[in-house]
Design a protein around this ligand. Structure first.
Ligand SMILES: *Cc1c(COP(=O)(O)O)cnc(C)c1O
Length: 367
């Protein structure tokens, strides 16, 4: 068996140790004589799996007691719609920081629902190469919350700070963060946020599960009319099991949390590894005239590193040779072209070493 290095932006690499454990437990989960996929979600065994996953996640992120941990389906994109439905019931407008494709889509969904939306800051006209600074955030008088994407997965642009969400009158409103592609990459202070959400398929587990952390005081702000399955408070009351949850994805996410806690040694340790990986790749890009990345150094993403070749006609050859060398999924997003290496938690440092060696060799031969 050969596992190649997978730089896919999502669904992304999973830790080999997690897949091995899932494989070992596939036919007979810990003596129960069936796989986790075949268990009732109401069974004591599965409820224990679900509760342990939540407990491990709470321990990893230091989630305060006044936050609910919810497991949804529908991906991060469904949260673009569910957030305004859950948070704008008492009026006010959603405010947005626009730094790339995902934060733009989040605003588009609010507008889709006829709920307006105010752009508090946008870096679109300057090419999304630096995030706006705190003093540039211009919230509306009626802001109900401020939404931003901590890490723009396609552009490779990451916030270097946690914004404060203050209306012009000085009132603080909840901060809502799309952390799909950066959650669990290092420690965060959950108490600074009203809602944090993330699709699982980048840094949590397989696709099909969406994590939502919501502060308790935001559970009663929902619109009067909405589907039960979209309701944060209904989901919280039901322990994320109003209906059948994606049980296998939940189980695998639990294995990833366990791996982070016990194999990696927690988020501080993960943070240091991720920093080393990103530093190595950006150094390789910066010390060459052949490769380049446009993002200002302060806001370069550690998780998604887009780069271009000096001669785009070599893109196809680069990708074919990388593939043959066991470096998979380096093609940039279809909207931007070039290359993108995603360096999520499960991508080992050896993968970055192999990539930078390949890049140096390719440049020497073709540059
Ligand atoms: C991948 C991604 C999404 C979309 O996730 P889905 O689960 O496919 O809906 C949204 N936001 C960010 C930052 C992402 O990286």
């Amino acid at each position: 068996m050969t596992r190649q290095y997978n730089f896919c932006a999502g669904p992304a690499a999973l830790p080999t140790a997690v897949l091995e454990r899932a494989q070992a437990e596939m036919l007979d989960y810990r003596g129960y004589g069936l796989s986790t996929m075949e268990m009732s979600h109401r069974s004591a065994e599965f409820v224990a799996i679900a509760e342990r996953a939540e407990a491990d996640l709470r321990a990893l992120l230091g989630v305060p007691d006044n936050y609910k941990v919810l497991f949804f389906q529908g991906g991060a994109s469904l949260q673009f719609s569910m957030l305004p439905m859950n948070l704008l019931g008492r009026g006010g407008r959603a405010n947005f920081v626009q730094t790339g494709i995902w934060s733009k889509k989040a605003l588009a969904e609010v507008q889709n629902l006829g709920l307006g939306g105010h752009v508090a800051a946008s870096t679109e006209t300057s090419g999304n190469i630096a995030v706006p600074r705190q003093q540039e955030l211009d919230l509306s008088d009626d802001a109900a919350y401020l939404h931003y994407a901590a890490n723009e997965t396609i552009g490779g642009l990451a916030f270097d700070y946690t914004p404060r969400a203050r209306r012009p009158d000085g009132a603080e409103v909840p901060l809502v963060c799309d952390m799909s592609s950066s959650i669990l990459s290092g420690p965060i202070d959950v108490s600074q946020f009203g809602v944090i959400y993330a699709g699982a398929q980048k840094n949590i587990g397989p696709a099909g599960l969406t994590l939502v952390l919501v502060r308790d005081d935001l559970l009663d702000q929902a619109q009067a009319v909405m589907p039960t399955l979209f309701s944060y408070s209904a989901m919280a009351k039901a322990g994320s099991m109003i209906n059948t949850p994606p049980t296998y994805a939940w189980y695998l996410a639990g294995l990833v949390f366990d791996w982070l806690k016990n194999d990696v040694g927690g988020l501080e340790a993960m943070d240091a590894i991720n920093q080393r990986k990103a530093d190595k790749l950006y150094a390789a890009i910066d010390q060459s005239d052949f490769y380049s990345n446009p993002i200002t150094s302060l806001n370069r993403s550690r998780m998604n590193v887009p780069f271009t070749l000096a001669d785009a006609r070599l893109d196809g050859e680069f990708l074919r040779e990388a593939d043959a060398a066991g470096l998979l999924n380096l093609k940039g997003h279809r909207s931007v072209g070039g290359m993108r290496a995603s360096l999520y938690n499960a991508v080992p440092e050896a993968a970055v070493d192999a990539l930078t060696a390949f890049m140096a060799d390719f440049e020497q031969r073709k540059g």
